[in-house]
Every structure is written in structure tokens, then in C-alpha cells.
Design a protein around this ligand. Structure first.
Ligand code: HEC
Ligand SMILES: [Cu+2]
Length: 332
């Protein structure tokens, strides 16, 4: 039972989120350091417990005098030497760990490439915005909570935030990096295996910090290029009368004050870009699977799902809601 609970977290179809299964060079180094520290601390733990047990189980000899009145010079010296050796060893081990940590830290910036993929990541309370910049405005891509990258390609992330400090952490790929409002930093990573890797905000950022997750989808360069091409397109036109009605509901409702759907009149930037909403696997930063039921529930009362988030509850007549959901589902 316990084993199955443990295994549930690691395997199956769920996206992975563990630094113990690195899929890139940086994460590999971090894992190496982690195991190094793990084995050392395990050995120290076992030694301490053995020493403690030995000391606790030593019997006092019946009738022996207490040490003050019966000084034991040689025994005292022996104990002093032991403590000195153990203290020295502790310093030595900590020093080795320090050097290893510094070298690992230095390696985090070692991936340099003249031709990396650049992705800008912006942290919001409580969702992620990913930009794929391009000097040609019609090729500029903005998406939310799901980043795609080609495998075996260096990626440079330019990080920032709009409100408070967040922290970008996809443990299978890299260490953490704080996203600081008004201050851009760069962090590199590379995914060597295809897969979906879950990441999470790692800096407490308010009420919904725990519901601020994202996915990194690492795929073959061909699939990645196809994805990028699709994301560059403006939104699909509504295919039928119901979706058409849904688009009208969207455009005349409050949605346009906060969301962008490229190709329509909606161009606000308070919430996630919805141009290709249906291409994503989750909504609300990993809070819900992206399907019709979730969308309807989210629109009607997102505050019940993610209390405190920046989208107000919006009640619509049933027909309007259904048409709106149908329209949103067509935005692939
Ligand atoms: C006051 C601003 C505001 C209004 C108005 C608003 N939204 Fe939102 N919306 C947001 C914010 C902010 C988020 C992100 C919330 C989060 O995940 O923390 C969001 C998230 C969403 C999402 C999930 C997107 C994703 O990829 O995770 C959908 C879908 C959505 N809104 C649809 C709508 C629709 C449809 C309307 C109109 C009926 C609407 N919103 C009105 C601000 C708004
Ligand atoms: Cu955060």
C-alpha cells in the first residue's frame, strides 16, 4: 500500500515532477549533488545513532566512584582526541560538500549556445505567461501555463514577474529561479528526452501559490515547429452558428477586458491569452483538466475553484454559457 502510494507519485501517465529523474544536463548535475549529500548524511545519521545507542547502553559499574573524585587522565585524553577528530572530519566533509555545491552551481550557467530557443516567462498571481519572441510581430507567440520546447536544444528562459516574486521550478530540467518584478534574469536548460514535465511556483506568492503549476512539453523539433506554426495563427473562425453565438457572448461580455483572442477584437492582457486555449491540456495553471465541464465551472465561478484569483464569477444564461464553451473548445 505504502509502496503503491509512493509509486503513484512517480509513474503512470501523470506528467513527471521529480529531480530524481533528470532529463537534461543541469538537472543531471543537481541529482548527482543530491545523492552525494544524501549518502553522506545517511552515513552520519547511522554513525550518530550507533554511537548514541552504544553510549546509552553502557552500564555504570556498581559501586564505582563518580569521575570527579576518581579522575581518569588517560581516558579523558582519549575522549578529547576522539571529539577533535570528529570535529575535524565534520569540517572536512562540509568543505567537500561546499566545493561540490559551488561547482554544481557554476555548471548551471555552463550551457552556452549561439543559437538557443528564447522563451520569456512572466509570473503572474497565479499563472504563467510564456512568450516566444520574434522580430516579426505576426510570428510572435504568447501562451499560458504550458511551454513547448524541442528536445536536445538549448533553451534560454528570460524571467520576470508582474506583481510579486515567483519562482520557476521544473525539477526534471533545472533548479529554481526567482522571477522578480521589474528585473529580468536568464536561465538555461535543455530537455534530452521527450515527455511532459510538471513544474511549480517555488516561492510563496499569495493565496493560490499552490495552484500555480505549469507543464513543459519536450517534443521532437518537427513536432515543436508544427506547434509553433499553429500557435502563430490567429484564432479559428467559429465553425457553426452555436460557436458563432459563443464568440458574440465572449466579445460583448466582460471577458474582453482581461483576455486576448488574436483575430477578434479582444486584446486585453490581464489574464491568459486564449487564442489557442483548446491546444492546452489544463486550465488555471494546472488546476483543472481542459474540458467543457471545467470551462463552464471556471467561467461561472472560478472563485469557488481558485479563491482569490483575478477572474470574477460571471453568470450567464445556460444557452450563452454552452455556446461560449463550445467557442472556447474550438480555439485549438
Ligand atoms: C477581471 C479580469 C477577467 C475577466 C473579466 C475574465 N477573466 Fe478569465 N481569467 C482572468 C485571469 C486573471 C485568469 C487566470 C486565473 C488564474 O489561473 O489564476 C483567467 C483565466 C481564464 C481561463 C483559463 C485560461 C487558462 O489557460 O488557464 C479561461 C478559459 C477564462 N479565463 C475565460 C474567461 C471568459 C470566457 C470570460 C468572460 C465570460 C473571462 N474569462 C473573464 C481574468 C479575467
Ligand atoms: Cu507564484
Amino acid at each position: 500500500m505504502a509502496a503503491s502510494v509512493l509509486l503513484f507519485g512517480c509513474g503512470g501517465k501523470q506528467p513527471q515532477q521529480t529531480m530524481l529523474r533528470p532529463v537534461g544536463p543541469m538537472a543531471g548535475r543537481i541529482e548527482g549533488l543530491w545523492w552525494f549529500i544524501f549518502w553522506i548524511t545517511l552515513a552520519v545519521f547511522v554513525l550518530v545513532i550507533v554511537a548514541l545507542t552504544a553510549a546509552a547502553s553502557t552500564r555504570r559499574v556498581e559501586g564505582a566512584l563518580p569521575p570527579e573524585i576518581h579522575p581518569d587522565e588517560t581516558g579523558e585524553q582519549r575522549r578529547f582526541r576522539r571529539v577533535a577528530v570528529c570535529t575535524g572530519l565534520t569540517f572536512a566533509v562540509l568543505f567537500v560538500i561546499l566545493v561540490y555545491s559551488i561547482r554544481t552551481g557554476a555548471y548551471m550557467n555552463a550551457l552556452v549556445s549561439k543559437n538557443p530557443l528564447t522563451v520569456e516567462v512572466v509570473g503572474h498571481q497565479w499563472w504563467w505567461e510564456f512568450h516566444y519572441p520574434n522580430s516579426d510581430a505576426s510570428m510572435y507567440v504568447v501562451t499560458a501555463n504550458e511551454m513547448h520546447v524541442p528536445v536536445k536544444t538549448p533553451v534560454v528562459l528570460l524571467t520576470s514577474a508582474t506583481d510579486v516574486i515567483h519562482s520557476f521550478w521544473a525539477p526534471n530540467l533545472q533548479g529554481k529561479r526567482d522571477l522578480i518584478p521589474g528585473y529580468q534574469t536568464a536561465i538555461w536548460f535543455q530537455a534530452d528526452q521527450e515527455g511532459t514535465y510538471r513544474g511549480q511556483c517555488a516561492e510563496f506568492c499569495g493565496a493560490q501559490h499552490a495552484h500555480m503549476a505549469f507543464n513543459v512539453v519536450a517534443e521532437t523539433p518537427e513536432k515543436f515547429r508544427a506547434w509553433l506554426e499553429q500557435q502563430r495563427k490567429p484564432a479559428n473562425n467559429p465553425a457553426d452558428a452555436v460557436a458563432q453565438h459563443g464568440q458574440e457572448v465572449f466579445l460583448r461580455g466582460p471577458c474582453v477586458m482581461c483576455h486576448t483572442i488574436r483575430g477578434t477584437g479582444a486584446g486585453a492582457r490581464v489574464g491568459p491569452d486564449l487564442t489557442h486555449l483548446a491546444s492546452r491540456s489544463t486550465i488555471a495553471a494546472g488546476s483543472l483538466p481542459n474540458n467543457a465541464g471545467s470551462l463552464a465551472g471556471w467561467i461561472t465561478n472560478s472563485q469557488a475553484i481558485k479563491p482569490g484569483n483575478r477572474m470574477p464569477p460571471i453568470s450567464l444564461p445556460a444557452q450563452d454559457l454552452q455556446a461560449l464553451v463550445k467557442f472556447l473548445r474550438s480555439l485549438n
